[in-house]
Ligand binder design. Sequence first.
Ligand SMILES: [Zn+2]
Ligand SMILES: [Zn+2]
Length: 276
Amino acid sequence: MRGEAMSAAPIFSNAHTHTVFCDGHNTVEENVLRALELGFVSLGFSIHSGNPYEGFKIENEEKYKVEVARIREIYGHRIEILCGIERDGFYQREFNGFEFMIDSTHMFMKDGEYCHVDHSEAWQAADVEKLYGGDYYAYCADYYAQMNRLLSGPHGDIVGHIDLCTKYNEGNRLFDESSPRYLKYALETSELAVGTGMPIEMNTGAISRGYRTTPYPSMDILRFIREKGGEIMINTDSHRAEWLDTGIAQCVEMARQAGFDHALRLRKSGFEEVGI
Ligand SMILES: [Zn+2]
Ligand SMILES: [Zn+2]
């Protein structure tokens, strides 16, 4: 993937990186070393916010901050390192001491049960069957309703994988992502997201893990974001150092097709435009 990133993907940054402090495979330092190999100018870490539903430990957030600060002392003169968090809006609480926040939805509540959107295909299918009588559109409507609640409150800095509910829907095998019934909800949330002023990420996490061959969001959503004047950034939602640049070139190509001439990347000083 290195050649791809160096030649065709002029982003040289990722703001969505998981480590051993949540469900990532590599340490903070291993990710920084890989980012240096790739010639990145900046790397944002994004620990999953601790919560009682997925077992991510709240106490890990403090250890993570200390470790990111330690690694920044060592490598901070060679690459900008930012300490962020991927907040799940379902578990509302205060977040302090992070340099940036990704707003994501991985779970929502239906009839007293927790629906885990991306835990596994079997889990999602069981929820759709049991709680929605097999209706994926109704399931997606509730996913987007949870996204809307998150986006309507005090928001963070980046909108995470806006159409995560399509994770297992490669080739529209579960529902039709171009149908008006689906797009009504997806575009309503996208409009709300654009209205917050936050960049909306193109996210390749499901490509690295073999669930999909295309990034989030779908082309329909991407074109809509462009029409509405929204900003995008390209993130790999990496859970392994070797996946830090997965699919960046593909995102650039798709973004160009949707009419974008730039994406944003995260720097110490804030967001920076990068021509694509
Ligand atoms: Zn996520
Ligand atoms: Zn993530």
